[in-house]
Design a protein around this ligand. Sequence first.
Ligand SMILES: *[C@@H]1O[C@H](CO)[C@@H](O)[C@H](O)[C@H]1NC(C)=O
Length: 207
Amino acid sequence: MSSTTLKVLFTLIISAFATVKITMAGDPNILTDFVVPQGLSSIDGSFFTHTGFRALLLGNPQPKAFKVTKASMVEFPALNGQSVSYAALQFPGGSVNPPHTHPRSAELLLVGQGSLQVGFVDTTNKLYTQKLQEGDMFIFPKGLVHFQYNADPKKAALAISAFGSANAGTVSIPGTLFNTSIDDNVLALAFKTKVATIQTLKKSFAY
Ligand SMILES: *[C@@H]1O[C@H](CO)[C@@H](O)[C@H](O)[C@H]1NC(C)=O
């Protein structure tokens, strides 16, 4: 094979991989303009409208604890197949959104009010952290463990997060470990601690 043929072959192989990567970056492609739920016969503009964020953007009511309000395809069915969604995050002073991951999407967070201490940990256990002010954005890469904390005890914070999936999913680390039926011995061995310590941690999730 001539070196030119080799070069062409090489370029073709590389671009084939690049194409695969692009296709896999979001939700599966749909073959229609949009997806209408079964049983819904006629739709108009209201199908493409979601009003669930009105009250919280006006600041009422203020929650007493950290609160997430999602606008994913569950709450807003027109998002099905469009590979986008939002979540509104409300932080009373001193509250935290505990470490969690979104298995199907990166998260682009925009601080609308107050300030937030945010961070994520990469697959080498390196922590990237930042203090954000009103108007700042932060990107949490897809699948990585991250958190947000309103360190100001007096001022509430509000953030809007955009996702590149209509159903990004959330895996809460404390809940996944201590609010499921994973055997106490497994957790004690994993955390190199006593079963009693695991049971104490699990108790805070009892309801
Ligand atoms: C623990 O899990 C149950 C069942 O999924 C859920 O209803 C409850 O809210 C969880 N508790 C906490 C504190 O997250």
